[in-house]
Design a protein around this ligand. Structure first.
Ligand SMILES: NC(=O)c1ccc[n+]([C@@H]2O[C@H](COP(=O)([O-])OP(=O)(O)OC[C@H]3O[C@@H](n4cnc5c(N)ncnc54)[C@H](O)[C@@H]3O)[C@@H](O)[C@H]2O)c1
Length: 305
């Protein structure tokens, strides 16, 4: 880490959820090194305490929370701890998350529920509690949600992808709601070598060990700090070497108009107009079968899919 990254959060109090290991721990350590007082939250309280003790041992200010973001009362308690210990709530990194791989027809309801409760409800409970404190204390703030490139759609990750899509939607909506009260809301889509990646052979192939969580931390630090003023409602992806903004979903032209759409006119709209406007889908940008015959190269015979 260079000197430049060690500044910028002096006097700020920041909550990082899921900060006992992996990306969250890196965000907490870097925030403390940049001068913030940090609530290090993790459902694994021992890990949270160890990470907070490590920050304190290096001269930083940190307190541990073993609360679960998936419980509204506990999520509020994480934010209250920040206010009672440090006197303000200036930043929140909504990082706690779970993932697993499953084919859609093998997905287990109990696993789906646990993931959605953590990745979606946890972000909502902690984010709304933080917004409540920030509005009441009157100092504005910055919320950084952790989404994922998987939100664009990935094989065997539908439930996880949906949860991260929800985080993207929350980011856009909260940014609209919170601009007038001085709270910026952005999201980061990281890729880093953590426990989450070790569990999946495919992720391991895409994410070599040198893509450490510390390489993502400067992006989160930037968004937490005042240098990011005027930046809100954005999804920013960083996978180590690459840093870019994710495009926003939008209403695509042409927008056809009829008083009423019946099944004949819908069929004609697709046959005559939309057939050529279908979008490649998923993170891998898969071309829909109906268009594929036009896109798979000149040698491919034209036959219907
Ligand atoms: N690693 C990647 O490449 C990658 C890619 C895209 C998005 N992400 C996201 O980044 C975030 C961090 O992931 P990671 O790779 O560091 O994973 P990780 O599994 O190493 O760490 C996640 C931490 O969250 C904690 N946690 C889980 N449920 C919790 C709860 N209810 N309350 C509080 N803490 C809880 C876990 O105990 C764990 O310490 C996640 O939201 C993940 O979806 C990671």
């Amino acid at each position: 880490m260079n000197e430049q990254q060690l500044k910028g959060l002096e006097g700020k109090a920041v909550v990082v959820t899921g900060a006992g290991r992996g990306l969250g721990e890196a965000f907490a350590v870097h925030a403390a090194q940049a001068g913030a007082s940090v609530v290090v939250n993790d459902i694994d309280g021992e890990l949270a305490e160890a990470a907070a003790a490590n920050i304190r041992a290096h001269g930083g200010r940190a307190v541990a929370s073993g609360h679960s973001v998936a419980d509204p009362e506990q999520a509020r308690a994480i934010i209250e701890l920040c206010e009672s210990e440090f006197g303000s709530v200036d930043g929140l990194v909504n990082n706690a998350g779970l993932n697993y791989e499953a084919l859609p027809w093998q997905d287990e309801p109990a696993q789906v529920k646990e993931l959605i409760e953590t990745n979606v409800l946890g972000v909502i409970y902690t984010g709304t509690a933080a917004a409540d404190a920030m509005v009441r204390l009157g100092g504005g703030g910055s919320i950084v949600n952790i989404s994922s490139g998987a939100s664009l759609g990935q094989r065997k990750l539908a439930t996880y992808a949906a949860s991260k899509g929800a985080v993207a939607s929350l980011t856009y909506s909260w940014a609209l709601d919170m601009e007038d009260v001085g709270i910026r809301v952005n999201a980061v889509c990281p890729l880093a070598h953590t426990r989450m990646v070790w569990k999946s052979e495919r992720s391991l192939r895409n994410c070599p060990p040198e893509r450490t969580p510390s390489r993502i931390a400067p992006v989160v630090l930037f968004l937490l700090g005042d240098g990011a003023h005027g930046i809100t409602g954005q999804l920013i992806r960083c996978n180590g070497p690459q840093l870019h903004i994710m495009g926003q979903p939008y209403l695509k032209a042409p927008i056809l108009e009829r008083q009423v759409w019946d099944s004949d006119s819908v069929q004609r709209a697709f046959d005559e107009v939309f057939g050529a406007h279908l979008e490649p889908y998923g993170l891998e940008k898969r071309v829909p079968p109906r268009l594929r015959k036009w896109t798979e190269g000149p040698s491919t015979p034209l036959r219907s899919a």
